[in-house]
Design a protein around this ligand. Structure first.
Ligand code: HEC
Length: 136
């Protein structure tokens, strides 16, 4: 957070707002780039992370659809255990990054790694549900 001076005391600015509303104070003590350049870099990171988030959500909803279809086709609870387990692993990872609330900015590489894992587990869940679906 940006720092403020109150008399002789230096305190951090703890207004609950994005530090991007005050790039000069919040960022340029360390970063010498132009404000415009810093903002563009942040937006690029956030756009790329948002695209991975959407791919994760597509994998999650496809997995739910496959599990629901398997249930309707008469798959047993036991045969769907693996699909549900993998779905939970995907969903937990989606939640972990999404609720962190910086859209990848605080750690873009880690956010991408976790979404990649989530997409993988989501598609595995979908595959396991298809495998559990009884043939007609
Ligand atoms: C206390 C110093 C400090 C402050 C304040 C700070 N940063 Fe940084 N920032 C760093 C350091 C150190 C790195 C890592 C640099 C590296 O790994 O090359 C970094 C990395 C970054 C990166 C990633 C660079 C890249 O291209 O991947 C961006 C973007 C960034 N900061 C933007 C900001 C913005 C916007 C703010 C204000 C909201 C801010 N920083 C505040 C020190 C700071």
């Amino acid at each position: 957070m940006a720092y403020e001076r109150t008399g002789a005391v230096k305190v951090s600015d703890h207004w609950l707002r994005s530090p991007l509303t005050n790039i000069n104070k919040a960022c340029q003590t360390c970063h010498r780039q132009e404000e415009k350049e810093l903002l563009a870099r942040v937006e690029l990171i956030q756009d790329r992370t948002a695209a991975l988030k959407q791919s994760t959500e597509k994998a999650l909803t496809d997995a739910i659809d496959a599990i629901t279809a398997a249930e309707k086709a008469g798959a047993s609870e036991e045969s769907l255990k693996e699909a549900r387990h993998r779905y939970r692993r995907a969903s937990m990872r989606w939640d972990f990054v999404s609720s962190e609330n910086s859209m990848g900015f605080h750690s873009s590489q880690e956010a991408a790694r976790i979404y990649a894992n989530a997409i993988d587990f989501g598609r595995q869940a979908q595959y396991e549900a298809l495998r559990a679906t009884p043939a007609r």
